[in-house]
Each structure stands twice: as C-alpha cells, then as structure tokens.
Ligand binder design. Sequence first.
Ligand code: AMP
Length: 110
Amino acid sequence: MGDTIFHKIARAEIPADVVYDDGVVMAFKDIHPKAPTHLLFIAKDASDFVPSIADMSDATAHVPGMLIAAAQRFAKEQGIDGYKLTFHVGKAGEQEVFYLHLHFLSQKTL
Ligand code: AMP
C-alpha cells in the first residue's frame, strides 16, 4: 500500500498543525480551509489504515466510528455545538488523499 501525505503526518515525519491527538486518532488543520475551522481526523495506527470508505472491510469497519467519536469529543472539549462531518469517497467523490479522513467544518474559529 503506497504511502500518502497523511501516512507521513501520522508518523510525524512531516509537520501539520495538530489540534487533537488521543494516541489513536489525531486531527490537524486542512491547508486549504473551506470554513473558519476545517480539520481532518485520521487514525494513527497502521493497523487501522483504510484508503477510503469504499475499501472498508469487516476488519476496518470500526475506523469511521473512531474518527466520528474523536470529532464529537473534540467538539465537546472546544464548546463547538454545530459542525459538519464529511467523507469524500473515491475520485468521483472528490477524494484526493487515499488515507481515510473525516472532514470537520465549523463556522467557529478555534
Ligand atoms: P479529500 O478531497 O477528502 O481527499 O481531502 C484532502 C484534504 O487534504 C484537502 O482538503 C487538502 O486541502 C488537505 N491536505 C492535503 N495535504 C495536506 C497537508 N499536508 N496538511 C493538511 N491538509 C492537507
């Protein structure tokens, strides 16, 4: 499985503006934000790697839930009571980075 830019961010090999890290899931600011707060939540461990929702298997079906739970925890911690959560699925779904990530968009500035 090829390395993506998010593999390198998960391994801390390249910098990212990390705003959340619970050891299992991390979130960092999108470099091209589409809202005042635009974050990307990813699983850190290689065993939780899934390229896309389209590639999910029984063994990795828990991963989207992990990302959503982390986003919910982060929002509660930050007092953000409204936000959008999005997965882009496949090239036709405008997915560019094939390392499963959850977009978190909020009108509230961090
Ligand atoms: P997607 O279209 O769902 O694959 O979204 C990939 C997102 O990753 C885009 O919104 C990009 O702006 C963002 N992105 C790409 N490279 C980086 C990076 N090095 N750090 C932060 N965000 C990135």
